[in-house]
Write a protein that binds this ligand. Sequence first.
Ligand code: 3SL
Length: 239
Amino acid sequence: MRKIEVGFSPVFFNVYDSPNDSIVVIIDVLRATTAICTAFKFGVKEIIPVATIEEALSYKQKGYLVGAERNGLKLDGFDFGNSPYHYMGSNIKDQTIVLTTTNGTQAIETAKNAYKVVIGAFTNLSALCNWLAKQDKSVLLLCSGWKNKLNLEDSLFAGAVVNEITKLSEYDEISDSALCAKYLYNMAKEDPDRFLHHSSHRRRLAKLNLKQDIKYSLTLDLTDIIPILIDNKLVKMKI
Ligand code: 3SL
């Protein structure tokens, strides 16, 4: 039985039937999952997501390249923050990067024992949906939210995925959470940027002068790479 569910924040993970038996899509469009997709587009070999700053620091001390963000800001002493623009340089090609972010890498940690964990962003939407629709598995769209609270942009992206995959394939059950996200997306799809105008994280990033990150993160289909978690490392899925 193939179902589609949306977890509007990581705290919903265990609420769903057998989440560890589903494909879990981690969503943090502003900005962690967009930054991850960007790093793969620019040739990173693998990304090791870690939940804590202490873990990130210990990798840094071992000589790894490390991205670290809290509350939207790059942490001092690390190589990158969480802007997709930090992951566009030739310095990341074929490298291993360690990454910790406020919410996105926590959501990955929550879901790490699922059947498959993949990364979703507007920048890989079509590739992700085409792949999901071909899998004989239930899908849990897990929004990273903000400190365990729902946020609008991740919910919107979850709705975009529900919208697409239900056009491409038949699912046995589309949960109320999935319908809710889809209805939200259908209200917003003509102008997602405008729809998100009053959202809390958009305002937070705008205050930090990160409007170009928002614009980039809402751009569709810049890459067909789907990052997948294998042995606690994100790598480029072989399709
Ligand atoms: O929460 C996260 O993981 C980040 O995406 C937050 S921020 O966009 O870097 O502020």
